[in-house]
Ligand binder design. Structure first.
Ligand code: XIL
Length: 382
């Protein structure tokens, strides 16, 4: 076995570590190095400081990514980046309603528990996502029959059970996700069948948001609680509605600590909107989290688009701009951090959701650092 590995290594075949057998494999690698040295002159490897510098080591606040437990388990490249580059982890899907309560009063926490222990092993904060959202609901919720008391009980039990299960294990929650409409800044409410109405608003009334925060706080009194939404950088009506909502909650004594600004943006977006939104959000005095950053290169859905160097450079500049602007606009005490939505183009939701080629993240589909990685790295430390 050992001989076989040594032969492979001396022929420059890459060997990928299995995370469960790291020590023995490292030991074998040492033997390989020793044995190879005797046979040939090693080619010098030039490592510049930026090649070994991690995002988490330079960022003066938590830097995170949405993550997926199956990829951590199955893909060694993914595992390596996830465990070394980031100081904060957001579960991409496994703490959502459909994942955590697939049937009424039947809870499923194994995937979320896996991410919590992965984060602990790698000294990362967990920002949990999310308790109440109008979508990613199991069919049984969509079809739920009951009066307002039954709806309230089902809603409260979900929050109690999920936030209660993760009590003391996660730092924070996106309690309510995307409750505001795009067109006029009012609460999503009406046409649930059209896909963008909120079943919660419809059955529980507009104050369901305040109650979600109260229930979450009761279940996990130490968790920081966030309202999270998209479009704040391009829709000023929506931005102002979100600010009015959260400041109104705060004024009533509802336990809300912060605002998540998703920031699913693209290279053609107007940067002024980003600056203005961050400044206005910071003026609330609440924690501000850039919670789901990705930067699309193909917003016009061009099916035959190819990635060019110019696009890569523009994306890198935009990552740098976002990080620098966050630092400039948000006082240090209010910086909850910057989280990208996944980190590799191979795992991004954008190409699937929009059905187009796209490359929105700092690592490419083969898990190599893109120019965007270095743009983000520079922006975090500048
Ligand atoms: C997305 C995930 O990335 C996809 O894998 C899933 O199919 C749908 O949800 N806003 C949010 C996130 O708050 O939860 C969404 O995540 C992306 C948009």
């Amino acid at each position: 076995m050992k001989k076989h590995l040594i032969k492979l290594a001396c022929h420059s075949t890459p060997i990928f570590l299995n995370r469960n057998s790291r020590l023995p494999v490292l030991f074998v690698m040492l033997l390989i190095t020793y044995s190879c040295k005797k046979k040939e002159t090693p080619t010098p490897i030039v490592v510049t400081p930026t090649d070994t510098t991690t995002l988490r080591s330079v960022a003066p606040f938590p830097v995170g990514a949405a993550m997926n437990p199956d990829l951590i388990k199955d893909n060694t490249f993914y595992y390596k980046i996830a465990s070394t580059q980031y100081s904060s982890l957001t579960p991409e899907n496994v703490m959502k309603f459909a994942a955590t309560e697939p049937a009424l009063n039947q809870f499923s926490f194994s995937d979320g528990d896996y991410l919590v222990s992965f984060a602990a092993q790698n000294h990362m904060r967990v920002h949990a996502h999310n308790l109440i959202w109008y979508t990613s609901l199991p069919d049984w919720v969509v079809n739920f029959q009951g009066d307002s008391l039954a709806w309230e009980s089902m809603f409260k039990t979900h929050i109690d059970s999920v936030a209660g299960h993760y009590k003391g294990k996660v730092a924070s929650w996106d309690v309510v996700n995307e409750a505001i409409r795009d067109d006029n800044g009012t609460l999503r409410n009406q046409d649930v069948s059209a896909g963008d109405g909120s079943i919660w608003r419809r059955h529980l009334g507009p104050d369901y948001i305040a109650r979600a925060f109260l229930y979450a706080h009761a279940a996990d009194p130490n968790a920081l609680l966030f309202y999270n939404d998209y479009g704040q950088e391009y829709d000023v009506v929506k931005l102002d509605s979100i600010i009015a909502l959260v400041t109104g909650l705060k004024a009533r004594g509802i336990p809300i600590s912060g605002i998540g600004m998703e920031m699913h943006i693209n290279v053609n977006d107007n940067n002024t909107g980003i600056t203005t939104a961050l400044q206005k959000l910071a003026a609330t005095g609440l924690l501000i989290h850039i919670s789901e950053l990705d930067i699309s290169l193909n917003p016009s859905n061009n099916q035959s688009m190819v990635l060019t160097d110019a696009l890569e450079q523009a994306q890198s500049a935009e990552y740098q701009f976002v990080a620098e602007t966050y630092r400039a606009a948000v006082p240090a005490a209010q910086r909850y951090g910057i989280t990208t939505w996944e980190f590799s183009d191979a795992a991004s939701w954008i190409p699937i959701y929009y059905n187009r080629p796209d490359w929105p993240l700092p690592f490419d589909a083969s898990y190599n650092k893109k120019a965007a990685f270095y743009g983000l790295l520079t922006g975090l430390q500048k």
